[in-house]
Design a protein around this ligand. Structure first.
Ligand SMILES: *Cc1c(COP(=O)(O)O)cnc(C)c1O
Length: 480
């Protein structure tokens, strides 16, 4: 390993010199970003630290190649090496997740969802329409045919989890394109328990009869039973699409198995590759054979040319995730989330659903007399990086919010364990107990301004620094 560390250190040191020879301010910002990431408690549930191998893979001449199309069927010449890269990324993804088909091109999680939506529309609506019209060739349709087909494509229904229950804005939230291209309805969580109520989802599905049922979340601190979601989808003739962007690492690491593993139950699964999966910034679609050919149309139907350098890094990250050490990592991510939740509960803080069984906790900060916005800002002053998040039926809306979302994937990568996460809970509670909400100019309560008690930020930063020094980020990486 020492060799790899030395190679990584010299590779980055030299690369930064090359960059500095053109635009030194970018080299400086890059060095500073490493120092900042090393020096802060990163609890953003959607972030992680990819390995130097993954990061280095992104900095190559694969970036220069156009490769629209699919492996072996490109719209450009000279794609033989991109073919190798994309085929390997897809193979690792299929093997890792036990998927029938994998599509490694999406540039991000949202792009993966757009590919999934259009592939489901193509498979379920456009294909049957063309067959019924007796023509397989879209170029031969009359203008009247076109109008009819567009009407069909534009009048489909999607049922997803609401944003304030923890769903993602691409799951049918009205202001998002997903809420505009579909007639949409949303399911929430039980107002008492904060948990998904499958009977309520089923009742809504029976009434609404969606073409697409979306499961998956960004801020729900519990596991989902995907076998039940599939039963609901089957009963109403819906395609089950699972967006595992947040928890793909727990699926890859075999923490979520059986009914909690979306891959055997969903028709189409979308994901990011940079969150708990710990790969490069990007997306992917997994699908059953039935949907493979329509997903393959993702580029250029929805996506611009593939980022071949990022697909190469996806292949490297997926190869890492197939190592036994990744399963140990994923289990630690879940164990640490439990430690963090227990740390809050024993200090009388309130958590949405009363705990966690995945990689994140949702802290309700209203008990501290604060909005999410105030809590997020005060924590940042103390070097604790989190993000505010709405809680179910949030009285402060989606901008100020009443919650703070905290995740364990990043600090678990650094080696934090039970004791550190208990201390993280203590530090967060300490900051929030010592933060006073501010007032507006008119003298009313402010949702944004706040005052953090004297000396608190420094005290918390010192305590964090001790933990961060004990668990350095990229320990072998030394820049000259
Ligand atoms: C993060 C996230 C996305 C979006 O991913 P991007 O890469 O930022 O586009 C989509 N869906 C869910 C559930 C997410 O958590």
């Amino acid at each position: 390993m020492a060799d790899i560390d030395a190679l990584t250190s010299s590779a980055y040191s030299q690369a930064l010199e090359v960059i500095a020879s053109v635009e030194p301010r970018i080299a400086d910002a890059t060095r500073k970003e490493l120092a900042d990431q090393r020096g802060s408690l990163k609890l953003i549930a959607s972030e992680n630290y990819a390995s130097p191998a993954v990061l280095l893979t992104m900095g190559t001449w694969f970036s220069d190649k156009y490769a629209e199309g699919t492996v072996g069927h490109r719209f450009y010449a000279g794609c033989q090496n991109v073919d190798t890269v994309e085929a390997l990324a897809a193979e690792h993804a299929r093997e890792l997740f036990g998927a029938e088909y994998a599509y490694a091109q999406p540039h991000s999680g949202i792009d993966a969802n757009l590919v999934a939506f259009w592939s489901i529309l193509a498979h379920r609506v456009e294909g049957p329409w063309l067959e019924k019209a007796g023509s397989k060739n879209i170029n031969e349709l009359t203008d009247a045919d076109w109008e009819s087909l567009r009407h069909e494509l534009g009048n489909q229904r999607l049922l997803g989890m609401s944003l304030d229950a923890g769903g993602h804005l691409t799951h049918g939230f009205r202001p998002n394109i997903s809420g505009k291209m579909f007639h949409q309805q949303q399911y929430g969580t039980d107002p008492e328990t904060g948990l998904l109520d499958y009977d309520a989802v089923a009742a809504k599905a029976r009434e609404f009869k969606p073409l697409i049922l979306v499961a998956g979340y960004s801020a729900y601190p519990r596991r989902v039973n995907f076998a039940k979601m599939r039963e609901i989808a089957d009963e109403v003739g819906a395609t089950l699409m699972v967006d595992m962007a947040h928890f793909a690492g727990l699926v890859a690491g075999k923490v979520f198995t059986g009914d909690e593993d979306p891959v055997p139950h969903a028709h189409v699964v979308t994901t990011t590759t940079h969150k708990s999966l710990r790969g490069p910034r990007g997306g992917m679609v997994l699908a059953t054979e039935e949907y493979a050919s329509s997903v393959d149309r993702g580029c250029p139907m929805v996506l611009g040319g593939p980022l071949s350098h990022v697909m190469a890094a996806k292949a490297v990250a997926l190869a890492e995730a197939r190592q036994p050490s990744f399963q140990a990592y994923a289990q630690k991510v879940a164990d640490n989330a439990k430690s963090l939740a227990e740390g809050f509960l024993k200090r009388d803080a309130r958590l949405v659903t009363g705990g966690t069984d995945n990689h994140l906790v949702l802290l309700d900060v209203s008990g501290f007399g604060l909005t999410g916005r105030q809590a997020e800002s005060a924590l940042l002053d103390a070097g604790v990086v989190t993000n505010r998040n709405s809680i179910p039926s949030d009285p402060n809306g989606a901008w100020y919010t009443s919650g703070i979302r905290l995740g364990t994937p990043a600090l678990t990568t650094r080696g934090f364990g039970h004791d550190e996460f208990d201390q993280v809970a203590e530090l967060i509670v300490h900051v929030l107990q010592n933060t006073q909400p501010g007032t507006t100019k008119a003298g009313g309560p402010s949702k944004a301004s706040y005052a953090l008690g004297d000396g608190i930020a420094d005290k918390v930063k010192d305590a964090s620094a001790e933990m961060l020094d004990k668990h350095p980020l990229y320990p072998g990486l030394v820049l000259s």
